[in-house]
Write a protein that binds this ligand. Structure first.
Ligand SMILES: [Zn+2]
Length: 66
């Protein structure tokens, strides 16, 4: 089984690129058994979505003084 460190790296990578099926399987198996990494995955996905929202322009626009 992968270590928590390896798994967190794979989880982070999976947000930006697709993993090989063996990597996805390793992550899934680890997440089934490790609540710490499940929490990490949930938070990483949340942050990733939040950052994607900022990049797509949903962030408030900075307005100059008038
Ligand atoms: Zn873990």
């Amino acid at each position: 089984m992968k270590s928590c460190r390896d798994t967190s790296v794979l989880v982070s990578r999976s947000l930006d690129e697709s993993l090989s099926w063996t990597e996805r399987l390793q992550v899934r198996v680890h997440l089934l058994m490790c609540s710490a990494c499940r929490n990490f995955e949930r938070q990483a996905r949340f942050l990733h979505r939040a950052c994607a929202g900022l990049r797509s322009g949903r962030a408030p626009r900075r307005q100059g003084p008038r």
